[in-house]
Design a protein around this ligand. Structure first.
Ligand code: PMP
Length: 436
């Protein structure tokens, strides 16, 4: 960057930054995520956003929640509006253990640290473990908020291929071996085992022990990020990595997808020594997680059929997933393939060779549809032949129309690209495609 290095403001034209020379070295790695601007498309009624992973909250019992909030403020306002313990409210930490038990985790509330969403958990864990240059291994592709945290702490991310059954253990083994041979220190494996963001793929149960074993053997701590684990469409859950190796797995959870992201309540479950450091890190980051939000979540879990509510969410998402898969099958041009998620929010599409999803995005927006280009989910700028579609937020009707628009943009791009790129692979609608 030069002295007058430009910054990209949240909106409007690029301006010179007079503070440029003052920033810490790590600040240069903080760049806007590729999909941040696409959130703006949400406010534009002419654009159907299949880009943002916002939960659909229409099914929330707002009357119940508002009565609960009013009651909390009226009856317990002097504590609910006060600072609280840095680790989070004890009753909520107990309830979080009940939530995690659904995925086979046997935890003690003392080992739970409440955070401001799981994003803060990611940030704190990275802060605790990563010096500049340390290696974090992650799936390729991976959640861009996590890649942002790793970049902010100047960690080096190595992405390992996935297939239709999640992270490929052989790829992990090769990455760990290569890091060792080149003298680099791998600190963390960051993984989203269930209904992965951005691919929608779930890590096969048979692979879980092998991956944990590899990490143990190489002295690598596993960060299990699990926002979608309870959103399997048939209600099925998978054994959490934490349940298989509690001493070497830090588990991140959140109420963002099973209740409401605006409450900003998530958590970290960590081995006791790590948990102690996490509490110290929380104190310097926020003093304590928001007491009112925690109280609201705790009352909600105590007084409401929260599992029944999750089932309603799951059914809504399943209906939307079905609408998207049907529309993709009906409309996408030959040569496109996509994953078939059994839960969560996302479908990962692979487009024919010669089509560049990043370059195509302005044309898609002009045609009235937004998606997240695959390039945002990799650290090496690859992913041009992929895009992420979110079915969580728009209605099935909007999803169908959005996919129709996307298909016509891809169709015309395919026609332009074909003479240069040669023939495209003629397999169509093959779910569970390789995602690397
Ligand atoms: N991890 C993953 C994989 C996610 O998809 C998200 C949200 N999209 C988060 C973490 C952060 O969620 P929150 O901070 O709202 O809990």
């Amino acid at each position: 960057m030069t002295e007058n290095s430009p910054v990209t403001p949240l909106s409007g034209p690029t301006v010179p930054d007079p503070h440029h020379s003052r920033y810490a070295a790590r600040t240069t790695a903080m760049v806007p995520s590729e999909i941040r601007d696409l959130f703006a498309a949400n406010g534009n009624p002419d654009v159907i956003s299949l880009a943002a992973g916002m939960p659909e909250l229409g099914a929330l019992p707002l009357d119940t929640l508002s009565a609960q909030v009013a009651q909390i403020v009226a009856n317990d306002g002097l504590t609910a509006l006060q600072y609280g313990p840095a680790q989070g409210l004890p009753p909520l930490r107990e309830q979080i253990c009940d939530v995690m038990a659904l995925e086979g985790i046997r935890a003690h509330p003392d080992d739970v640290v409440v955070t401001v969403g799981s994003q803060m958990g990611l940030d704190l864990v990275t802060r605790l473990f990563c010096d500049p240059g340390d290696v974090v291994v992650a799936e390729g592709p991976s959640y861009l908020g996590a890649l942002g945290s790793f970049a902010a702490y100047q960690a080096q991310v190595v992405q390992v291929p996935m297939d239709g059954h999640g992270l490929v253990p052989e790829g992990l083994r090769a990455a760990l071996r290569q890091a060792r041979e080149t003298g680099r220190r791998v600190k963390l494996l960051y993984t989203i085992p269930n209904f992965h963001n951005p691919t929608g793929v779930t890590l096969a149960v048979e692979r879980r022990a092998e991956i944990l074993e590899l990490c143990r053997a190489h002295g690598v701590l596993v960060i299990e990020d699990n926002p979608y684990g309870l959103l399997g469409f048939n209600g099925q859950t998978y054994p959490a990595l934490h349940s298989l190796d509690p001493d070497n797995v830090v588990h991140l959870g959140t109420f963002s997808k099973t209740l409401a992201p605006g409450l900003r309540v998530g958590w970290v479950l960590a081995p006791p020594t790590v948990r102690e450091k996490l509490v110290l890190a929380t104190e310097t980051a926020t003093l304590c997680p928001p007491t009112l939000s925690q109280t609201v979540v705790s009352h909600y879990l105590g007084a409401h059929d929260w599992q029944g509510q999750i089932k309603i969410f799951r059914e809504n998402y399943q209906e939307r997933r079905d609408a998207m898969l049907r529309a993709l099958k009906a409309h996408l041009p030959p040569g496109c393939t996509w994953t078939r998620p059994d839960g969560g929010f996302y479908v990962w599409v692979t487009v024919p060779e010669g089509v560049d999803t990043r370059a195509l995005l302005p044309r898609a927006l002009a045609a009235g549809v937004a998606y997240a280009s695959g390039t945002g989910f990799s650290v090496d700028g690859s992913g041009h032949r992929h895009l992420r579609l979110s079915y969580c937020y728009p209605t099935p009707e909007r999803i169908r129309e959005g996919v129709r628009r996307l298909a016509s943009v891809l169709e015309s791009e395919g026609e332009r690209a074909r003479p240069a790129a040669g023939a495209v692979t003629p397999h169509h609608g093959q779910g569970r495609s390789r995602t690397a």
